[in-house]
Design a protein around this ligand. Structure first.
Ligand SMILES: [Zn+2]
Length: 144
């Protein structure tokens, strides 16, 4: 499967978007893994509704956040809210919290480095825990 995986990654890089039918992958913190090309970023909603993003290498070994550039836009019913991130304890943590509500889209724009290609990830914000896999619903890995 390695070759197929490489092809999928190349295709995703070529279009600059996430493969619509790619399998959801969860990270060590049960967050949603975003493929930054050679690096993985794990999107996780904290209890206080801030977003934290942990960085891993391709083999899922934790790395302190370094060159990554992340911004997010919460498309909440109350209006779009831009969210900035700063490094805290080796992770990228949003400086503001997600607006009230559930089920709206959060668009994460991520770059592995400032000169790397921008990648957009659209995440449906559903924070309840999935009974099937035990992850938050936005990082659910169950087969539908
Ligand atoms: Zn699930």
């Amino acid at each position: 499967m390695k070759t197929l995986l490489n092809i999928l990654i190349i295709a995703a890089l070529a279009t600059g978007s996430v493969f619509a039918d790619a399998k959801v992958k969860a990270g060590p913190r049960k967050g949603l893994l975003l493929d930054l090309g050679g690096k993985q970023a794990e999107f996780f909603v904290e209890k206080d509704r801030s977003i934290s993003i942990a960085v891993y290498d391709a083999a899922l070994k934790a790395q302190p956040a370094s060159t990554e550039v992340i911004t997010a836009t919460a498309e909440a019913p109350s209006g779009k809210a831009k969210m900035a991130f700063e490094v805290k304890d080796g992770k990228l943590v949003s400086t503001t919290k997600l607006p009230e509500g559930e089920g709206y889209q959060v668009v994460v724009q991520a770059q592995a480095a400032p000169d790397a290609k921008k990648k957009n990830f659209r995440i449906k914000l559903q924070t309840h825990t999935c009974k099937g896999c035990g992850n938050a619903e936005y990082a659910c890995t169950c087969d539908e």
